[in-house]
Design a protein around this ligand. Structure first.
Ligand code: ADP
Ligand code: MG
Length: 742
C-alpha cells in the first residue's frame, strides 16, 4: 500500500544528427491512475530513471525491423534496469504522432502543453504506448487516468540509483535488507505519514528532491508553520489517520470495481476534508509570510458535501462487501423498494400465520413451514405424522425423518415473495449504479483532494519528525556554500545500539574549500561523515528540517556518490570495474553545482594504482572548470593529504583519534588538518593480531615511509614530469608547512 506498483515503457528516438539518441521513460500505476513520463539524455540516465521507477513489469516495442534498432535498445535498457518481466508489444504503439493524438483524445485536450509534455513527443510515445497497451491488449479500463505528469528533471535534483543506494535514502536499497520497519533508511526515519497515499508521496519526494530555491523554501515554510502550530499539526494528523487511501479507492470506483464499502469510504474521507483543510489553514497563519503552500493545499481540498451527504443518505453503514445479496440501500430512499421490502416482511408474517393455521387445522403440532433455496417454501411434517396430512397437501420430497409438502396457496405466495425479492435487488443495484456514477463524475476533484491530503500528510510527517528528532530549518539559497554546524547522520543517530553520536561541522564552497580530503584510520567515522553531509543536503532539498544545530545549503543540482566496494555481479561487472565506471560517470557529468561523495576511491586495486587514480581524479575535479564540484573525499591513504599542498581549493581534514599507551581511541570529531599517520597498524592491534605481526608491520612501514618524500618534504609519487614552475613553487611553499610533523 505504501509503494506504487508501476508498469513502465521506454521509448528511444532515431539517432540525431550528431549520432546521439534521446530517451523517454513512462510509468503507469493502474491502482491510482497515476501516469508519469520523463526524458533522459543518455542510456545511463534512462536506466537510472527506470530503476527509480522500479516497475513490476515493462513493455518495449517488438523488433519488426523498423526503427533503426530501437527495439533492441529498449530491451537492453529494461534489462540493465533489472526489470524482470518485459513484454514486447506492437512497435506502432510507440509511434510518437499517433501516441500524441491518442493522449489528446483520451484527456480531451487540444494539446499536451498543459501537462508539460507538448514539446516532448517521445515522452508522449512512451506514455501513449502504455495506455494503449493497457486498454487494448490487457482490456483494462483507463478512464480514471486523468492526467500525465512530466517528471520535470529541470527543477529536480538528480539522484541516480547509486546515490540512493549508497546514501540509504530508501528502504531495502541495501542488499538483503528485508527489515519490515525500514528504519535503516532516510525514508524510514522521516516517514510518520498517516495515509498510504502520503507514504507513497514521501517516497517520491525523497527520490526526487527539488533544486529550485523557491520550491524548497515553500516546503520548508509549510513545515515551519506546522512545527510552530502544534495544535493544528496534531489536529491535522488525527484527521488524516481516519482518511485512509482515498487515491486508490477512487481509482477502483472509476474502474467500475468499487463496491458499496468503497463508495462509503469516499464519503467518510470527504467528511473529514473540512477538518483537515481547517487545520492546514490554521497552521498557515502560524508564521507570517510562510503560509502560501499550505493555503494552496487547503484550497485544493474539496469536501464535495452534496456528494458525501448523498452517499450517506442512500447507503447502509456498515454496508455488505458486495451488492449481490442486497441490503445495501437504506430504507426510505426509494418508495418502491420500501414497498417491496414491506411486502417481504408482510409475507413472513403471512407465513407465520399460515403455519399456525395449518397446525390447528391438521392437529399436527410439529408441522412447520420452512424455506430453502432449492425448493422454496414447503411444509415439513415428521415421518410419524406423514399419514395424517390432509389430501390437499402435495408431496414434494421424502426425507429419512420427515416428509415435505406444498399447497396451492403456499405456491402462490412463494411466487409473490421471490418476485419481490428479485425486483428489490434489481432496484438496489440500479440505485447503487447511479450513486457510483455520481462519484465517478467527480473523479477529478476527488483525485485533486486526495493529492492535497497526501501533500498535507507528508508535510505534517516532516514537521512531526523535526519536532521529535530535534531538527532545525536549513537556510537554503542559491549560493555555492554548504555550511553545517553540529551535523548528525539522520539514520545512524537513530540506531538503538549506536554509541552517542558525535556531531560534526562542515564548510564547503567552490573556491578555497572545494575539495575536503578526509583522512583517519579505518573505523574512525569518515564514511559516516561524508554521507551525513550529502544526506543533510538531500533532506534540505526535499523540504525537510535537518539534524544539525544550523545549516546553510546552497542548492545542489546533483549528488554523486562513489562509496565502498559494491559488486554488481548480476550485471557481470567486477568490483573495480564498477568503481571505475561510477567514477567515470562522475567526472563526465558533474557540474560546479554538484556535490560529490568519494569514499575510498581506488581501494579496489593495488595501493600504487589506487593512490595514482585517486590523485588524478582529485586534480581533474579541481582543475577542470566545467566539473569543479564540491567534493568530499574520504581516504585512508594518508598520502593523499599532500593534495592540499598542490591544489588551492583542497583542504585536509581528519577524524581525531587519541593515542593512549600503544592503542587508539576514536573521538569521531572532524578537524581541519591532515592525519599524520594512517593508524592501520593500531587498528590491526585493536583487532587482536599477534604481536609479532604488529611489530614486523611497524618495521616495514618505517622503511616504506622513508622513501615516500623527497629530501625537501615533497610527495615523491606526485611529481609530474612536465610540471610548470609555478606549480613547483606552490608545492614547495606549502609542503614546508604541511609536513612539519615528518
Ligand atoms: P571509516 O569510514 O572511517 O572506516 P565509518 O564511517 O565506517 O568509519 O564509521 C565507523 C563506525 O563509527 C560506525 O559504526 C559508525 O556508526 C561509528 N560512527 C561514525 N561516526 C560517528 C559519530 N560521529 N558518532 C558516533 N559514532 C560514529
Ligand atoms: Mg569507510
Amino acid at each position: 500500500d505504501d509503494r506504487n506498483n508501476y508498469l513502465a515503457a521506454v521509448a528511444v528516438s532515431e539517432p540525431c544528427r550528431g549520432g546521439g539518441r534521446r530517451y523517454a521513460a513512462a510509468a503507469l500505476d493502474l491502482s491510482t491512475g497515476e501516469l508519469v513520463a520523463e526524458m533522459a539524455d543518455g542510456e545511463e540516465e534512462a536506466v537510472s530513471a527506470l530503476r527509480r521507477i522500479a516497475p513490476g513489469e515493462g513493455i518495449v516495442p517488438r523488433d519488426d525491423g523498423t526503427g533503426e534498432g530501437s527495439a533492441e535498445i529498449c530491451a537492453r535498457l529494461m534489462q540493465s534496469a533489472g526489470v524482470r518481466c518485459v513484454t514486447p508489444v506492437d512497435s506502432w504503439l510507440f509511434d510518437a504522432e499517433s501516441a500524441v493524438a491518442m493522449l489528446e483524445r483520451h484527456f480531451g485536450v487540444r494539446s499536451l502543453d498543459g501537462f508539460g509534455c507538448g514539446g516532448e513527443p517521445l515522452a508522449a510515445a512512451a506514455a501513449g504506448a502504455l495506455l494503449q497497451h493497457v486498454r487494448d491488449n490487457l482490456r483494462r479500463d483507463i478512464s480514471h487516468v486523468r492526467r500525465i505528469r512530466m517528471a520535470d528533471s529541470s527543477g529536480r535534483m538528480v539522484l541516480d540509483d547509486a546515490a540512493c543506494r549508497h546514501l540509504d535514502l530508501l528502504p531495502g536499497a541495501r542488499e538483503n535488507t528485508s527489515a519490515p520497519e525500514y528504519a535503516d533508511s532516510l525514508y524510514g526515519v522521516l516517514n510518520a505519514t498517516r495515509t498510504p497515499m502520503g507514504a507513497r508521496l514521501l517516497y517520491r519526494w525523497i527520490q526526487r528532491p527539488l533544486c529550485d530555491v523557491d520550491g524548497i523554501n515553500g516546503r520548508l515554510d509549510a513545515v515551519e508553520c506546522l512545527v510552530k502550530d502544534r495544535k493544528s499539526l496534531t489536529a491535522l494528523r488525527t484527521v488524516l489517520g481516519e482518511v485512509r487511501d482515498l487515491e486508490r479507492t477512487i481509482a477502483r470506483i472509476s474502474l467500475g470495481r468499487g463496491g458499496p464499502r468503497d463508495v462509503l469510504a469516499v464519503a467518510s474521507a470527504l467528511k473529514r476534508v473540512p477538518a483537515a483543510a481547517e487545520a492546514v489553514r490554521g497552521a498557515s497563519a502560524a508564521v507570517p509570510g510562510c503560509g502560501s503552500l499550505l493555503l494552496r493545499i487547503a484550497g485544493d481540498m474539496d469536501p464535495l458535501p452534496e456528494l458525501s451527504r448523498e452517499i450517506e443518505s442512500k447507503l447502509n453503514d456498515p454496508a455488505p462487501a458486495g451488492i449481490s445479496e442486497g441490503g445495501v440501500i437504506r430504507d426510505g430512499v426509494d418508495p418502491e423498494l420500501d414497498d417491496l421490502r414491506s411486502a417481504a416482511s408482510d409475507a413472513r408474517a403471512w407465513i407465520a400465520a399460515y403455519q399456525a393455521g395449518e397446525v390447528e387445522k391438521t392437529g399436527i403440532k410439529t408441522l412447520k413451514v420452512k424455506y430453502n433455496k432449492v425448493f422454496g417454501y414447503f411444509i415439513e411434517v415428521s415421518a410419524g405424522q406423514a399419514a395424517n396430512v390432509p389430501e390437499r397437501y402435495i408431496r414434494k420430497q421424502t426425507m429419512v425423518n420427515g416428509e415435505r409438502f406444498t399447497t396451492p396457496e403456499l405456491k402462490e405466495r412463494e411466487e409473490k415473495i421471490s418476485g419481490a425479492a428479485a425486483r428489490a435487488l434489481e432496484l438496489e443495484q440500479s440505485i447503487f449504479e447511479k450513486l457510483r456514477a455520481e462519484v465517478v463524475a467527480q473523479t477529478v476533484p476527488i483525485q485533486t483532494t486526495a493529492r492535497a491530503l497526501a501533500e498535507a500528510d507528508v508535510l505534517a510527517s516532516l514537521a512531526d519528525r523535526a519536532l521529535a528528532l530535534g531538527y532545525v530549518r536549513p537556510r537554503v539559497n542559491g549560493g555555492d556554500s554548504i555550511i553545517i554546524e553540529g551535523g548528525r547522520h539522520p539514520v545512524i543517530e537513530q540506531l538503538p545500539d549506536a554509541e552517542r553520536f558525535v556531531p560534526n561541522d562542515t564548510r564547503l564552497d567552490c573556491s578555497g574549500r572545494q575539495i575536503m580530503v578526509i583522512t583517519g584510520p579505518n573505523m574512525a567515522g569518515k564514511s559516516t561523515y561524508i554521507r551525513q553531509v550529502a544526506m543533510i543536503v538531500v533532506m534540505a532539498q526535499t523540504g525537510s528540517f535537518v539534524p544539525a544545530d544550523s545549516a546553510e545549503i546552497g542548492v545542489v543540482d546533483r549528488v554523486f556518490t562513489r562509496v565502498g566496494a559494491s559488486d554488481d555481479l548480476v550485471r557481470g561487472r567486477s568490483t573495480f570495474m564498477v568503481e571505475m565506471q561510477e567514477t567515470a560517470n562522475i567526472l563526465n557529468n558533474a557540474t560546479p553545482r554538484s556535490l560529490i561523495v568519494l569514499d575510498e576511491i581506488g581501494r579496489g586495486t593495488s595501493t600504487f594504482d589506487g593512490i595514482s587514480i585517486a590523485w588524478a581524479v582529485a586534480e581533474y575535479l579541481h582543475n577542470t572548470a566545467s566539473v569543479k564540484a564540491k567534493t568530499l573525499f574520504a581516504t585512508h591513504y594518508h598520502e593523499l593529504t599532500a593534495l592540499a599542498a598542490t591544489l588551492s581549493g583542497a583542504v585536509n581534514c581528519s577524524v581525531m583519534v587519541k593515542e593512549r599507551g600503544d592503542g587508539i581511541v576514536f573521538l569521531r570529531k572532524i578537524t581541519d588538518g591532515a592525519a599524520d599517520k594512517s593508524y592501520g597498524i593500531a587498528v590491526a592491534k585493536l583487532a587482536g593480531m599477534p604481536d609479532t605481526v604488529i611489530e614486523r608491520a611497524g618495521e616495514i612501514l618505517t622503511n616504506l615511509e622513508s622513501d615516500e618524500f623527497s629530501e625537501n618534504g615533497k610527495a615523491v609519487f606526485a611529481e609530474s614530469r612536465n610540471r610548470n614552475r609555478r606549480a613547483k613553487k606552490i608545492l614547495e611553499d606549502r609542503n614546508l608547512l604541511l609536513f612539519e610533523g615528518y
